[in-house]
Ligand binder design. Structure first.
Ligand SMILES: O=C([S-])c1cc(C(=O)S)c[n+]([C@@H]2O[C@H](COP(=O)(O)O)[C@@H](O)[C@H]2O)c1
Ligand code: NI
Length: 398
């Protein structure tokens, strides 16, 4: 069954709140620190239990040596950073975290660039947030991997309201960069909570890591709370449910099929393009022989049931079909997690698929293997061999 995380941001989200939630849900801080040590940045994760209006939550503070209280003064060593400097740091991560974290910082830079009318390369990340955001964003990606979360859902996001002091001066809440990042995400500006509940880092975590903004029917195995810094009249925490989608929810997709025996082959390419544009998750054509051995093509379209009518209408408009069959397939998938194995060429992430509590597939992370093959000047298949050798030796632990 698909392991999911459902976020309930009734008090918004910031980078530290998301990290606190992940630890509260079971991420091992040592394992998280180990993955983040690849950044080559000296920092500590100060983790403690706090009480927010009666709710016990986990608070994570990113602390840089000698900069114990960076909130009350601009920390000149971390004073503002340009995108290029930050990218060099994030490039030290291993895939898939590297790719996702760099994409998230690009997104943050694009928002800041749009708001201030600056080219992305000239964007100057706000002093206090720059290095915190690096750790918080890389930690968010690594933490989801460590929890084995396969899909993230999120409810409507409370942005808070009022004004906040930033390096540009008093800014409206949500801050302009936050508002830019929250485009397309369901939000509400809670006039009763006069505080900044969503920061740009929190917003980019939602934008890049949430798969669907809706409340699924789920069964939670764990409920966690990540604490924010401020004390508000509401509990300033980010709540998250770790669990599984309820079977009835799994019938989210429909499979639409129709046989077409009198349509010019030229039209099939256009039909496929239009179906994908309309939001089909997959489209495929199967050659078949119908009654009296008439050659034909079975057109199959997989889409979310909310798209069914739109897809059916398009199918009838763009093909010669006037009828279709609609199936409600139950989707069965292996559970996927990422683990790191020690090999003679160093630690390499492997993707593990399990079904019914049994490992059914193990595949080395291609980008990480390719990087090692290039660095060591050895064939890629040699790196794969070393991974398979290590996996077979430690299969029980993997
Ligand atoms: O970090 C960035 S890009 C940033 C942009 C803006 C603008 O609206 S422009 C404002 N801020 C403010 O800095 C603090 C910390 O934000 P983090 O995302 O770094 O936690 C917060 O008050 C933001 O509103 C940051
Ligand atoms: Ni700004």
């Amino acid at each position: 069954m698909e392991k999911i995380l459902y976020l309930d941001p009734f008090s918004g989200i910031a980078g530290d709140m998301f990290l606190g939630l992940l630890v509260d849900l079971g991420v091992d801080p040592e394992e998280l620190k180990k993955r983040l040590s690849k950044l080559g940045v000296e920092f500590e994760l100060r983790i403690r239990k706090v009480n927010k209006k009666g709710i016990t939550a986990t608070k994570v503070d990113v602390v840089f040596p000698g900069k114990e209280h960076h909130e009350d003064h601009i920390d000149h060593e971390h004073h503002g950073r340009h995108l290029s400097e930050i990218m060099k740091i994030l490039e030290r991560l291993e895939d898939p975290a590297r790719e996702k974290a760099t994409e998230m910082f690009e997104t943050l830079a694009e928002a800041e660039s749009k708001v201030h009318g600056l080219p992305k390369e000239k964007v100057h990340f706000h002093e206090v947030g720059a290095m915190d955001a690096v750790i918080e964003i890389a930690g968010a990606v690594a933490g989801l991997e460590l929890l084995g979360v396969e899909k993230v859902f999120c409810g409507t996001v409370n942005t808070g309201s009022g004004f906040v002091m930033t390096e540009h001066g008093r800014y409206p809440v949500p801050a302009p960069a936050t508002a830019e990042l929250l485009k397309g995400i369901p939000i509400y500006v809670d006039q009763k909570v006069r505080a900044e509940l969503v920061t740009p880092t929190g917003a980019v975590i939602l934008k890049s890591l949430v798969d669907e903004f809706r409340t699924p029917i789920l069964r939670a195995e764990k409920v966690g709370y990540g604490a924010g810094t401020m004390d508000l009249e509401i509990p300033n925490v980010l709540r998250g449910y770790l669990g599984y989608i309820e079977p009835s929810e799994r019938i989210g997709d429909v499979l639409i099929e129709t046989n077409v025996d009198d349509m010019s082959p030229q039209l099939f390419g256009h039909l496929m393009e239009r179906l994908f544009e309309a939001g089909a998750k997959d489209v495929f054509f199967t050659p078949i022989y119908m009654k009296k051995n008439r050659p034909a093509v079975k057109v199959s379209v997989l889409c979310h049931e909310s798209k069914k009518d739109e897809i059916l209408k398009l199918l009838f408009k763009e093909s010669t079909s006037i009828g279709a069959r609609v199936f409600y397939p139950e989707k069965v998938e292996a559970t996927r997690t990422v683990k790191t194995v020690k090999t003679e060429y160093g630690e390499i992430p492997v993707k593990i698929a399990s079904f019914d509590s049994e490992i059914v597939n193990i595949s080395p992370e291609y980008e990480a293997c390719k990087k090692i093959a290039q660095e060591k000047g050895i064939p890629l298949k040699e790196v794969y061999r070393a991974v398979c050798k290590s996996v077979s030796e430690v299969r029980d632990d993997v």
